[in-house]
Ligand binder design. Sequence first.
Ligand code: COS
Length: 380
Amino acid sequence: MDFTLSEEQLMIKQAAKDFAQSELLPGVIERDETQTFPNELVQKMGQLGFLGMMVNEKYGGSGLDTLSYVLAMEELSKVDASASVMVSVNNSLVCWGLETYGTEAQKEKYLTRLASGEIIGAFCLSEPEAGSDATSQKTTAIDKGDHYILNGTKNWITNGNRAEVYLVIAQTHVEKGHHGINALIVEKGMEGFEIGPKENKLGIRGSDTHSLLFNDVKVPKENRIGEDGFGFKFAMKTLAGGRIGIAAQALGIAAGAYELALQYSKQRKAFGTEIANHQAIAFKLADMHTKIQAARHLVYQAACDKDAKRDYTLSGAMAKLYASEVAMETAIEAVQVHGGNGYVKDYHVERLMRDAKITQIYEGTSEIQKIVISRSILKD
Ligand code: COS
């Protein structure tokens, strides 16, 4: 594969890098500590087109390819994974799902505002008892003719409070199992829709994660995405692309940690020389660099598969599985290279280490990726 980037792709990568350095880096430690992320920063990401990167321009998006999106995700994630998860969920799960499967009316009403970043969306599949086992949906959407009545609880929802539009997966026909599940567009403020307390998380602490409670929420039928019973397929297809975004986030966290370790190792002296001159450190850097490049190829491959309209379920799962392992490993080693300084917040690597962990968990744990990969290679 030739991953030579076009001029446009290089410009996007540079724009994301500049934005990360000038706007995200200042205050990233405080945002992590206080678990906050100012609206102005979200608005700026919207103005720069980061929130609807792959959406067609006619719906207010930037009309870019997946590889450009991945490049931007990588650069943003090097500095602030809380910002990049917002970007990933809005782009891959919410906008892509609506653009691909929504009706024209749904796109006009919701997609245009989501793609421009005027509002943010959330994707609501996980429940207290349905994370990896996603078919076991307890949230119900009972068909009442021209509307559904939605009841249940969703857990660990990214953009939980910030979002205005929520894509909610719920069971309509229990007897049909996963073929009876629907995806509904729920708006903030609908009667009976409550946002639970914010989760106090290990990492990506600037991103707001909440549980959501639905108590007899009346959702119009025109808010259903796709045919009756399409909801589980919708979730699976959407997540297959979402995993490319999270793989790119993991890649960015790994690359960010590596760059900090490299820089530090050329400055810090021990035993009369820069620590990079000690083979113990140089070999760590060599391992990091090699694994990151391997992860990058997997991530770019998955993005290129999506752009070329090839099946990307397998390549996306492999990219997420590997890149998230590399992120965790690299961030731990970057802390080690920094020694005592790595353990304090000012040097950023401890935050990257905490942020890395979630990439092995959300949008399908590493174990789920192995199910997807093994089923794919065994089915032929
Ligand atoms: N694209 C389209 N359809 C898919 C699909 C994909 N990538 N993956 C699964 N499906 C379909 C299957 O084809 C099947 O439909 P049919 O019965 O019509 O053939 C249906 O989904 C159920 O699939 P399966 O029988 O394989 O279900 P399982 O419960 O055995 O496992 C996994 C499905 C494990 C792959 C799924 O539950 C999963 O991805 N879980 C993780 C969910 C997740 O990522 N949670 C995190 C929440 S988002 S932060």
